[in-house]
Design a protein. Sequence first.
Length: 212
Amino acid sequence: MKFLTLALALSLGTLLIAQPPAGKGGGAPGGAGKGGGAKGPARPVLSVSSPAWPDGGEVPMVNAGRGGNKSPEFVFNWSIAGVAAPAPMELQTYAVIFHDIENSSNKTTVDTLHWSAFNIPGTAKGLPEGLGAGDLADGTRNGPGIRAGGGAPAYFGPGAGVGPFHHYVFEFYALDAKLDLPATATRDELVKAIDGHVVGKAAYVGRFHAVQ
């Protein structure tokens, strides 16, 4: 009987020693323990808004290539868990790539690039309506797009003909660098330069077709 009692006591002691102290290792819920995959602080997330049309809505004629051909106004928004927050400290510039995703160029997966701009200052709160052409005083540079071939590169709005709506996407990139690219750079060169520097990304969609 004494032997059995001693064996049980030794077994219980071994089990207690094997249990890690609370909060250290042991796979605590959520990975809070050491080596448990604890996450760092939440990072700000970029989104954009515009008074020109609601995201996914129809592009007005003032912003269309067949109309006023003015670039739309955009507002840059940064938030954490839905609450407004400062932009990340490493933010240096913004870039925008505007394309018609409905088109196919030369039977390929390449769509139609309407406009791009880069080196928009990281201090910018957005883009004004009717952005100017070429290189701007604040360092913004209009890049590859439909109007990049002749004269100063500039915005060129939606121009789909009569028929189904085309969907146009503005892709916004927040970057930790200023891009060393000429205005004559190609789309591929622009994307390659952006790669590896993205600290935030957002998109805004518009639909457009011409009426009879």
